[in-house]
Ligand binder design. Structure first.
Ligand code: PMP
Length: 288
């Protein structure tokens, strides 16, 4: 495995980051999760736009242009002979002193690595995931905006821990207003009477797969809209599914012990999953 760190490639054994890097000390930085399918990177420019917007929001200047970052990502895939990959670019504040002050950090650290990674949830795409609506609230947008894909994922990790303890495969977050927000690492969609709803993107991450899901629903002629939802909408849904780069489109068939629909992935969810498989194979930035 060859990893990119600040313009050089290193083997996994030789790849080293300082413990004084503020990414490690404080989770001060941003990242992306991107997939490549059959030798093409899916929605790369959208992921880079989000990475740079996240960085801008936390006042972090990425030392590479988007073109240079694109090349670093493609070269990382090439060096590892990858065609189907999960790609992880990270930019941290860099090495500083033990204080929080970002001005003490010399320069941002840029890391890119990529691995071969198949279906994240294995046979759960057939069976459906068990979800738990957790008591931990999604970080409110007026604190750490969930739109920033920051290296500080503790809010999400706490949700995952709670869901794990309660026997769930995935957590469902509510926001501090009591509205459905998202999963711990994916966006959420609810199907009722043939129409799809998804929460607006203020108190959750503006998922790139979420947008693909909206595009697919429109192409399939399925009514889709953004609206605030409560737990009533989850429990009384005909179908629920989540979307994310890692998760792709995954059905949820049980929430807090309530069976969703007939307890199997629903017809609209399956249609969306099928179409998604086609879409990801038919576009993207060529690696080779
Ligand atoms: N929400 C959270 C909290 C996430 O970590 C992710 C994964 N990046 C998503 C949603 C889905 O976003 P995307 O479709 O861009 O991967």
């Amino acid at each position: 495995m060859q990893l990119y760190i600040d313009g050089e490639f290193y083997s996994r054994e030789d790849a080293k980051i300082s413990p004084f890097d503020h990414g490690f000390l404080y989770g001060d930085g941003v990242f992306e999760g991107i997939r490549a399918y059959s030798g093409r990177v899916f929605r790369l420019s959208e992921h880079l736009d989000r990475l740079y917007d996240s960085a801008k929001t936390i006042d972090l200047q990425i030392p590479l242009s988007k073109e240079e970052m694109t090349e670093a990502i493609l070269e990382t895939c090439r060096k590892n002979n990858l065609k189907d990959a999960y790609i992880r670019p990270l930019v941290s504040r860099g090495v500083g002193d033990l204080g929080l002050d970002p001005r003490k950090c010399e320069k941002p650290t840029v890391v890119v690595f990529a691995v071969e990674w198949g279906a994240m949830y294995g046979d759960l795409y057939e069976k459906g995931l068990k979800a738990i609506s957790v008591s931990i609230r999604r970080n409110p947008a007026e604190s750490l905006p969930p739109n920033v894909k920051s290296l500080n994922y503790l809010n999400n990790i706490l949700a995952k821990i709670e869901a794990n303890y309660k026997g769930g495969d995935e957590a469902i977050f509510f926001d501090t207003n009591g509205y459905v927000s998202e999963g711990s690492g994916d966006n959420i969609f609810v199907v009722k009477n043939g129409s799809i709803s998804t929460p607006p993107t203020i108190n959750n991450l503006r998922g790139i797969t979420r947008l693909v899901g909206i595009e697919i629903a429109n192409e399939l002629g399925i009514n889709i809209s953004e609206r605030n939802m409560g737990y009533y909408d989850l429990y009384s849904a005909d179908e629920v599914f989540v979307t994310g780069t890692a998760a792709e489109i995954a059905p949820i068939t049980l929430i807090d012990g309530r069976v969703i629909g007939n307890g199997k992935p629903g017809a609209i969810t399956r249609q969306m999953m099928e179409k998604f498989k086609i879409v990801v194979q038919n576009e993207g930035t060529p690696i080779y």
